[in-house]
Design a protein around this ligand. Structure first.
Ligand SMILES: *[C@@H]1O[C@H](CO)[C@@H](O)[C@H](O)[C@H]1NC(C)=O
Length: 189
């Protein structure tokens, strides 16, 4: 009985003490209309095939589990040519994001810096991705996917959002708290 109470208190303290456990209830896109080159039909096709695996991976990582590859991201990467022999195809990405920015020139330097920084991180984290690929799947039937495409996606979204030109940022208490969340929490963005 006492042990249960102590355990519950511990769990509550961990959850309450972890500001990253609860993401503000607003999407980054609602707060900043950043460019996103992914096409809806392709995303839906990849979600249909690998949504369940990717959901398991996201839930595990959001609760502090080790990095794992999200197959939705790998599926998108395969279809778009994002990766080339383990390297991020930065030119393709910069061009895709610029096209999605649809002539809004304020985004050009933000896109260049975002893709440069994030692909640099992919390079630097090389060993971590190899470790992720060696982990057993969360469900025995799940395929193992490369974590690089998902990392690149979340890194890009986060960086574009955090560097949102003032003109495209919709300030509100919710959006400001999302910004704080993105600045302080490692993933789940
Ligand atoms: C991506 O392509 C690789 C190489 O062809 C393949 O092994 C892998 O299963 C594909 N991944 C997905 C998620 O479709």
């Amino acid at each position: 009985m006492v042990k249960t109470v102590i355990f519950l208190c511990l769990v509550i303290t961990i959850v309450a003490g972890n500001p990253c456990a609860q993401k503000p209830d607003v999407s980054a896109k609602e707060c900043c209309d950043f460019p996103m080159p992914l096409e809806g039909a392709l995303v839906e096709a990849c979600m249909g095939k690998f949504g369940a695996q990717t959901q398991r991976v996201m839930v595990s990582m959001m609760s502090g589990g080790p990095m794992r590859g999200a197959c939705v991201a790998e599926c998108l990467s395969n279809a778009t040519g994002l990766m080339n022999e383990g390297q991020v195809n930065t030119e393709l990405l910069v061009a895709g994001f610029k096209m999605a920015a649809d002539g809004k020139a304020e985004w050009d330097p933000v896109i260049e810096k975002t893709i440069g920084d994030c692909s640099g991180m992919v390079q630097a984290l090389g060993g971590e991705f190899d470790k992720a690929a060696a982990l057993p799947p969360l469900d025995p039937a799940d395929p193992i996917c490369d974590a690089r495409p998902g990392f690149m996606f979340f890194c890009s979204v986060k960086s574009l959002f955090l560097s949102c030109p003032a003109k495209y940022y919709k300030a509100s208490p919710q959006c400001d708290s999302l910004k704080k969340y993105a600045e302080t929490c490692p993933i789940g963005f």
